[in-house]
Design a protein around this ligand. Sequence first.
Ligand code: AMP
Length: 361
Amino acid sequence: MVDRLAPGATIGILGGGQLGRMLALAAAQLGVRSHVLCPDPHSPAFDVSARHTVADYEDETALRAFAEAVDVVTYEFENVPARTAEIVAAAHPLYPGAKALATTQDRFVEKSFVAGLDIPTAPFRVVGSAAELAEALAELGSPAILKTRRFGYDGKGQVRIGPGDSPEEAWAQLGGAPAILEGFVGFSQEISIVGARGRDGAFAAYDPCWNEHRGGILDVTRLPSGLPAATEQIAIAAARRIAEALDYVGVIAVEMFVVGEGEGASILVNEIAPRVHNSGHWTVEGAETSQFEQHVRAICGWPLGSTLRRGRIEMRNLIGTDIEAWPEILATPGAHLHHYGKAKARAGRKMGHVTRVFTGS
Ligand code: AMP
């Protein structure tokens, strides 16, 4: 029997961006309070949470006070420092746990872990110097992608190496940071599996999401994925194996490449996000339980909700000045606008999203 929290409990959220904001909104609907800790005094999640703390993730005094004031702790970004996780976990459970963080913070550890479960990935080599990069390039061939082991997101910390490109230059471009080299995958499609695992080990996945990126940032998510049912089931089973091997609690997103077409399609795992994910935003209007509510249910020890999809889906990110279209979006029947309340629309910044659910199709 898992000890479950009751409405009236407080969840602590590390990170105050749009994911924290949407988690806090979902928690409020279930009678659960949120306390958000984030160094940025203008954090979007602060607007909608009962309490917040402005502090650095290394501020041990603030972290202890935060952890004491809540019933369970979660986070909206995977780069939570190990020491931060240790401090909060000493007071109350941290979900997803330390194993999920340690595995997903380092691309080499993550890919080795996935490969160790006999789940296919792009071919990869760990690279610690320009000479090792040259060796790895000779083995994997080009094109290939050099990625920093840590702190990469939205295509940052990556260099594509084409035939004839100099390994020394690519190495210098990443500033000599520890890296992995990945063979280039000629994918037909990118998908993600957003799923959740409860404290009792129950697992529930949403239908696979078909994701299109623009400039390294997610642009549009569509459902259904268009993949054969058998391929979808293989992708969901891989995400479930990953969650189980991590003793996972909460929502997890597993990004994958599809290679081949139709019945010949197969999947390679690219990346694991130990949190709610941009490709799951459609679930707010498009599924019986949103990914945010699902995460709150999981970390509170509550039963997972139904992941049933309500129709054909299109979720479009509003990046930078895209957000200026909000009046037209509001005037479009069936378009659900989400504005994250960020003051400045910098280029490449996720400012909001819009979801459309087409029922009866
Ligand atoms: P990542 O940061 O690993 O999620 O990579 C960002 C994007 O770069 C992915 O969504 C893909 O579009 C592309 N990409 C990453 N790795 C590879 C690869 N090995 N082969 C082809 N494209 C890749």
